[in-house]
Design a protein around this ligand. Sequence first.
Ligand SMILES: Nc1ncnc2c1ncn2[C@@H]1O[C@H](COP(=O)(O)OP(=O)(O)OP(=O)(O)O)[C@@H](O)[C@H]1O
Ligand SMILES: Nc1nc2c(c(=O)[nH]1)N[C@H]1C(S)=C(S)[C@@H](COP(=O)(O)O)O[C@H]1N2
Length: 195
Amino acid sequence: MSDVVKIGLVSISDRASGGIYEDKGIPALQDWLNKALTTPWEPVTRLIADDQPTIEATLIELCDVAGCHLVLTTGGTGPALRDVTPEATLAVAHKVMPGFGEQMRQVSLAFVPTAILSRQVAVIRGSSLIINLPGQPKAIAETLEGLKDADGNPKVHGIFASVPYCIDLIGGPYIETHDAVVKAFRPKSAIRPKA
Ligand SMILES: Nc1ncnc2c1ncn2[C@@H]1O[C@H](COP(=O)(O)OP(=O)(O)OP(=O)(O)O)[C@@H](O)[C@H]1O
Ligand SMILES: Nc1nc2c(c(=O)[nH]1)N[C@H]1C(S)=C(S)[C@@H](COP(=O)(O)O)O[C@H]1N2
């Protein structure tokens, strides 16, 4: 079995997928994960339209066929008619993880008052965790990393602090991070010696 962790990165945008503007979602996800992870990883990327059947099929393929134990989506979480990412994510869920959406809206409120417009959800499918992030490329680092004070200490925790332990619990790979970017929280009994 390969030691490289596969992470699904799904950018959901009518205009980026239609070539009207350049996709900045996948590059923003890649940049942040390159900065945050010490564990070797490789992206499995998809750029798709805001179309519910396409989103569902993409999520199922990444979790069940491509072997991604973590799938991050960006875009389509708002209230507009074409925004259906949460509906598609819930449709493929085995378990809903409400804490991620609650915390993302909490941290996002520290950045923008319109944070409450994001209906983002996170779910478990088999041994994969799927998390919706908002479409604004800057929202990716904001929600994953959280808000820090001038000394770099967390003021409002980003959600990625909880992601590695969640993946442990569902039988996925052991993921480690750079503490300075985001410290992965695990109970003492679940911490393995550094590789
Ligand atoms: N993949 C992307 N690449 C670059 N910018 C994006 C992307 N997705 C969203 N944005 C920016 O964030 C804003 C809010 O994202 P949202 O997901 O609501 O898009 P939208 O307005 O529904 O349009 P579209 O689905 O065509 O991107 C967009 O209007 C755009 O400025
Ligand atoms: N951290 C963060 N969260 C954010 C935003 C942002 O810029 N940063 N934009 C908000 C806005 S304006 C909208 S409409 C919703 C939904 O965005 P989406 O439809 O692009 O997913 O996310 C919200 N959450």
